[in-house]
Design a protein around this ligand. Structure first.
Ligand code: OGA
Ligand code: MN
Length: 288
């Protein structure tokens, strides 16, 4: 019995799955895909043609789906599919963006870690891509954890980070939230600095996003210094993979074991992505 071909995309995160049509995935292939996902934290499938029903059906094989969140410009979901969130800079006839995140940089982050139980998996499916820019990078928080210098490991042992709930990765204020740029007072959710991978138990760093982050219980400057050191280390090129999009690509990542970032692109170019999110099965917890 031979499964699909799995080709690593970098030495610490991501693999491409070849020869698979996600609109007609048999159970045996799904098991191989799920295994590769646990191992590589991110998977790429090229050349897909997925209707909204196909995208939702494939996503559901990994668990229950979240509804598209309310973003800076209100709700942006595909009509009739509240689970499919639109990430796009394209404007409709009234000049209103049809999706979220614009054309600017989306800084390194994990999706929605300001919630007590953040999404477990995110999937992004490319329908239109700009001729250049808009690349999406992943970084492995498992590799970053494993290679963390001893002094940083000791200094952060047992600590928790408050993950900001104020701004999204594009720098926009979330709807209905009080604007606050003070890490000590902003709204947010604390999580352990080191968490267990929800399926394999492997220890991973869990940083969320840098802006307004705060290490609970430390002096402001101590927290800033430690966070800067952690961030500098975790986003080193050694732990990242950068994806150059083609139409028909589906990239999925374990939202508890990776961070991601999007490069800016020309605001006059068109980029259209559909995103689904699979609910987290449990709150992030420290490894046993
Ligand atoms: C997201 C996100 C990056 C991108 O949808 O959560 O961060 O490449 N997207 O559009
Ligand atoms: Mn994101």
């Amino acid at each position: 019995m031979s499964g699909p071909e799995i080709k690593p995309l970098s030495h610490s995160v991501g693999a491409e799955v070849l020869g698979v049509d996600l609109s007609r995935l048999d159970d045996q292939t799904f098991v191989a895909v799920a295994q590769a996902f646990d191992e590589h934290h991110g998977l790429l499938f090229r050349g897909q043609t997925l209707s909204p029903d196909d995208l939702v059906a494939f996503s559901r094989r990994f668990g229950d789906l979240d509804h598209a969140p309310v973003m800076e410009k209100g709700k942006t979901a595909v009509s009739g599919y509240p689970e499919i969130y639109i990430v796009s800079n394209i404007k409709d006839d009234d000049g209103k963006a049809i999706g979220s995140l614009g054309a600017g940089e989306a800084v390194w982050h994990t999706d929605m870690s300001y919630l007590p139980n953040p999404p477990g998996i995110s999937m992004l499916y490319a329908l239109e891509v700009p001729p250049e820019g808009g690349d999406t990078s992943l970084c492995s928080m498992a590799a970053a954890h494993d290679e963390l210098p001893a002094d940083l490991r000791e200094k952060t042992a047992g600590l928790w980070i408050k993950h900001d709930g104020t701004f999204n990765s594009g720098g926009y204020l979330r709807q209905g939230v009080r604007e606050d740029s003070d890490p000590m007072t902003c709204e947010g959710q604390p999580h352990p600095v080191v968490c267990a991978h929800p399926r394999t138990g492997r220890p991973v760093l869990y940083l969320g996003r840098r802006r307004n982050a705060y290490i609970v219980g430390l002096e402001r400057q101590e927290s800033e210094d430690l966070l800067n050191a952690l961030w500098e280390f975790a986003t080193l090129p050694d732990y990242t993979y950068t994806h150059r999009w083609r139409v028909g690509d589906l990239l999925m990542w374990n939202n508890r074991a990776t961070m991601h970032r999007r490069e800016p692109f020309d605001a006059n170019a068109r980029r259209l992505m559909q995103r689904t999110q699979i609910k987290g099965h449990a709150q992030p917890v420290p490894p046993r």
